[in-house]
Design a protein around this ligand. Structure first.
Ligand code: NAP
Length: 330
């Protein structure tokens, strides 16, 4: 099969398409023929060597993907599991996956069967490739970490990207009032279309005042923050009493005024998708599959790029102006 290989950490050019051996599934594993692979900022951090979690070199990037089941592993030691796996999927089934043992920027990806999920017929492979990192992160940040409940007011600070759009759709379906921020007119239209009640421009210097005004001065029960190094200090000043900031993304340090939290019984909550236990991940994806089935979740695809041009995809995702997910097509 063909796969993107990274032999040394560095710029986008270190990703090269090469011929490698097909993966073979062992017990409890599935090989998926990748029809679309999702591109995430974390893929860029890992490839550049700046991320705390470093894979052994050489490696194939990518944790998001969707396609069809190619083959299922035997399970001689635990026949009951093999039986269950065989029942859950058969070759040819449409699936998306939550992580891969071999990397998804490839024709084939080796996966743990428990982290492969059915892709409803009306959902495209590109949309399936947008499900794991973006939607599972948004779900975990909103519900598992910050305990969002219906009736609360949410600011999605950075609503036009992969995680932001997922958060807008999830929160709207769960009965929250949703205010989103974007950096472009195109993003504004998209985020309104996807269900935000109000959209603001995070490049406008007065957008915090506008954000507070959008709550009638009461403040936010919850802020999902995509760029904490820029916004965290001012986020704390627009929280409601008992408000929480769920920090999803940050690219540097931030300065805060602790009294802004103290006076509100406020909280800053860190979150990492990588800390989700297998049980939590399976629970998240049960909710996400239900959302795909009932059409409250509709992943938005910004760009489809050939797998061989993975470097271009990495440059594009870091350039900003996001309007949905970038996916690679093998
Ligand atoms: P993305 O698709 O590239 O989107 C980035 C978003 O950030 C866009 O909506 C962008 O808006 C917005 N943004 C730009 N400047 C901003 C500002 N000053 N204030 C607020 N938002 C701003 O990335 P993504 O996949 O959604 O991921 C978002 C962040 O979360 C990244 O830093 C990523 O690494 C992180 N992340 C963390 C986890 C975790 O487990 N903690 C998991 C997934 C992602 P415009 O382009 O419209 O300006």
């Amino acid at each position: 099969m063909k796969a993107i290989r990274v032999k040394e950490f560095g710029g986008p050019e270190v990703m090269q398409l090469e011929e490698v051996a097909d993966p073979k599934p062992a017990a409890g594993q599935v090989v998926v023929r990748i029809r679309a692979a999702g591109v995430n900022p974390v893929d860029v951090y890992v490839r550049s060597g700046t991320y705390p979690r470093k894979p052994a070199l050489p490696y194939t990037p990518g944790t998001d993907g969707a396609g069809t089941v190619e083959s299922l592993g035997p399970d001689a030691n635990t026949p009951a599991d093999a039986d269950a796996a065989a029942k859950r999927f058969k070759p040819g089934d449409r699936v998306y996956l939550a992580g891969s043992l071999s990397g998804t920027y490839a024709d084939l990806a080796l996966c743990e069967e428990q982290f492969v999920f059915p892709l409803p017929a009306h959902v495209s492979f590109a949309q399936g490739a947008a499900m794991h990192v973006a939607y599972a992160t948004a779900f975990r940040a909103l519900f598992q970490r910050a305990h969002a409940v219906a009736g609360e007011t949410l600011l999605v600070h950075g609503a036009s990207g992969g995680v932001g759009i997922a958060a807008v759709q999830l929160a709207r379906a769960a009965g929250l009032r949703v205010i989103g921020t974007v950096g472009s007119e195109r993003g504004r239209k998209l985020v309104l279309d996807e269900g935000a009640h109000v959209v603001l421009d995070h490049s406008a210097p007065n957008h915090f005042e506008e954000a507070l005004a959008a709550t009638g001065g009461r403040g936010y029960d919850l802020i999902l923050e995509m760029l904490a190094n820029v916004n965290l200090g001012r986020d704390l000043g627009i929280l409601a009493t008992h408000g929480r900031v769920s920090v999803v993304g940050s690219r540097g340090n931030a300065e805060i005024t602790p009294r802004d939290m103290m006076g509100r019984d406020g909280a800053i909550i860190g979150m990492s998708l990588w800390n989700a236990t297998p049980h939590e991940l399976i629970s998240i994806h049960a909710a996400l599959v239900a959302g795909l089935e009932n059409k409250t979740l509709r992943p938005v695809i910004g760009q489809e790029i050939p797998l061989a041009e993975a470097g271009r995809a990495h440059t594009a995702i870091m350039a900003g102006g996001a309007h949905g997910k970038i996916v690679l097509i093998p």
